[in-house]
Design a protein around this ligand. Structure first.
Ligand SMILES: Cc1ncc(COP(=O)(O)O)c(C=O)c1O
Length: 392
């Protein structure tokens, strides 16, 4: 269903279009100068020497695990409260995902719960900068180093975010950005791994290109690789978008602040943290949370109400450990209580660079109406089913 106010919308200028079209006028549509330029631009933004362009963020996460040599019998720590890609990348390698709960404000890994999950089989921690909020990297790096465990930053939602003066993605052993159309910087489809480790970068370059190492011919394959290349067409768009990254991040921040000021008046809604000490948020999405007395059914009602009125919204995120695919990997659901509570009450509102003040007002007005309608509908059966009790 086409939304009047979509959940997300890419910001494509005439300059971006011309950059893409200009590639089509050349014979070089893959592995060419635009890829090199794009890799340099993203690596520079992340403050590291190497960028490896790939066909998606998921492919990037997979390559990190492959290049680190993670395989069958290994364990990888990650949050359950994230997009499915991270857990899937672990499964591609026949390794075991070990889910750790999140902390209830930043919605990133709960620092106090990581070390207890480390075993002699743990090989990596995937740290997700959820919704563009930097995870607290210093203590995570300390725990990882203490146990000789690698750190992969899933920065797919966080390009441009800063943690204590450093760009996210460039802090761990490797980091991954995503460029799907809902992301602040898009290439249509695409991703980028960044790292300061020359060997990892070289291995990932071979792996994305059917296992051809530098110097191998087209029909020589040193490694079991993949076709995870990103075309020149995508990279040209990425280069053009990266030139506007500051402007894009500022526009998104301004939209977030306008939402926050309008939502202050709605007591049932909790807005996300608006700033981070010593760092910078990347406004990927605007995810609000309903107050603790609301249930998943309430959230779903509100989401359906907005959708029926042409306002896009998302239920971010469905916890990975509750997906049927992951049933075999979960033995202690009570460990993931915050994840489950948060996931039941989150609601992503329309969010993109050019969201107008009028549209923001309309979304907030509709949200108010939805809450009023739900609360009124509940009054009649309040004794039989009090708000706050989830009747799943
Ligand atoms: C946190 C996170 N990780 C990984 C991905 C996967 O990226 P892609 O869709 O480019 O494969 C996404 C995508 O939206 C994401 O939000």
């Amino acid at each position: 269903m086409e939304m009047r106010i979509p959940l997300s919308a890419p910001d494509i200028t005439e300059v971006d279009i011309e950059a893409v079209v200009s590639v089509l006028r050349t014979p070089r549509l893959s592995i060419g100068p635009r890829m090199v330029e794009f890799e340099e631009a993203v690596a520079e933004a992340a403050g590291v020497p190497y960028g490896v362009a790939v066909s998606s963020g998921t492919a990037g996460l997979h390559l990190c695990l492959c290049a680190l040599g993670i395989g069958e019998g290994d364990e990888v720590i990650l949050p359950s409260f994230t997009f499915i890609a991270a857990g899937n990348a672990v499964l591609y390698q026949r390794a075991k995902p070990v889910f750790v709960d999140i902390e209830g404000i930043s919605l990133t890994l709960d620092l106090g719960r990581i070390e207890e999950k480390i075993t002699p089989r743990t090989r990596a921690i995937i740290v997700v900068h959820t919704f563009g909020h930097p995870a607290d990297m210093d203590p995570i790096m300390r725990v990882a180093r203490k146990h000789g465990v690698a750190v992969i930053e899933d920065a797919c939602e966080a390009i441009g975010a800063q943690y204590r003066g450093r760009s996210v993605g460039g802090i761990g052993d490797c980091g991954v950005f995503g460029f799907y159309p809902n992301k602040p910087i898009t290439t249509g489809e695409g991703g980028m791994v960044v790292t300061r480790d020359a060997h990892l970068a070289e291995t990932m370059r071979a792996l994305r290109n059917q296992g051809r190492r530098a110097g191998d011919g087209w029909l020589e394959h040193s490694l079991l690789g993949y076709n995870y290349r990103l075309s020149e067409i995508n990279c040209a768009l990425g280069v053009a978008q990266m030139k506007r990254i500051s402007e894009i991040l500022e526009a998104r921040e301004a939209v977030a602040m306008r939402y926050a000021s309008q939502l202050q008046a709605i007591s049932e809604v909790i807005v996300p943290p608006l700033k981070i000490e010593g760092g910078r948020l990347c406004w990927f999405v605007f995810v609000v949370r309903l107050a603790a007395r609301f249930t998943r059914a309430d959230r779903d009602f509100i989401c359906d109400y907005l959708t029926a009125r042409g306002i896009g919204c998302g239920r971010y995120f469905a916890p990975q450990h509750l997906q049927p695919l992951y049933a075999a990997y979960v033995n202690a659901r009570e460990d993931l209580a915050v994840t489950e509570q948060v996931a039941d009450r989150t609601l992503a509102l329309p969010f993109f660079n050019r969201l107008s003040d009028e549209q923001i007002s309309e979304v907030c007005q509709c949200l108010r109406e939805a809450l009023r309608t739900r609360t009124a509908g509940r009054r009649g059966d309040v004794l039989a089913s009090p708000i706050g009790v989830d009747r799943r």
